[in-house]
Design a protein around this ligand. Sequence first.
Ligand SMILES: [Fe+2]
Ligand SMILES: [Fe+2]
Length: 227
Amino acid sequence: MIRAIVSFFVFVVDVIYGNRSYARFYVLETIARVPYFSYLSVLHLYETLGSWRKADWLKVHFAQTWNELHHLLIMESLGGDRHWLDRFIAQHIAVMYYWAIVPLYMLFPEYAYYLMELIESHAYHTYDEYLKAHEAQLKAQSAPQVAIAFYRDGDLYMFEEVQTTGDREFRRPKVDNLYDVFVNIRDDEWEHVKTMEALQKPEVQPTFHSPHTVFVAAKALSSEGEV
Ligand SMILES: [Fe+2]
Ligand SMILES: [Fe+2]
């Protein structure tokens, strides 16, 4: 059922946007970050009620919204939001989507994560196909400043916070041209898929921690071993 809903939605967006890639990516990025807002709202409500403390889940979902925000800013810098109708469609779907995911997450959190896993997986394959089809053209264009700041020159904490690396070093990707930017966005989407997948597993949920928490703990353990 969830798979059918996602496929239908993807089909509609693909038919409407066809080869207007940046507008399509703008719409997808506007909508794709909304479930993370819903998760955060529900988790904050639980915290307010004092019944469920999941600080690291909040941290990771906020980092995911921050990551998707930067995908969105990149699409805006490429002109994806230029037309009023595209902004109207994206923002109205986003509001409806937010309210659909809130009750779903409250009642069936695993389904809400599964739905997002499918959407993130679709995003990964969309960017992967786009990279294969437009490699030369993308390599000839420079990277937007917002992407350079997010992936290389700015404060990288939030970028690291979506990377499921375990005890390995965080990704330090190239941002030399627009092709690198789309590679980085695509790879971010795969990180989101892995996180959504992990959060559906009952054995993972009790010990789920943010990438920095895991990384710092692993480093502390290895330095203890060296002493
Ligand atoms: Fe994204
Ligand atoms: Fe994503």
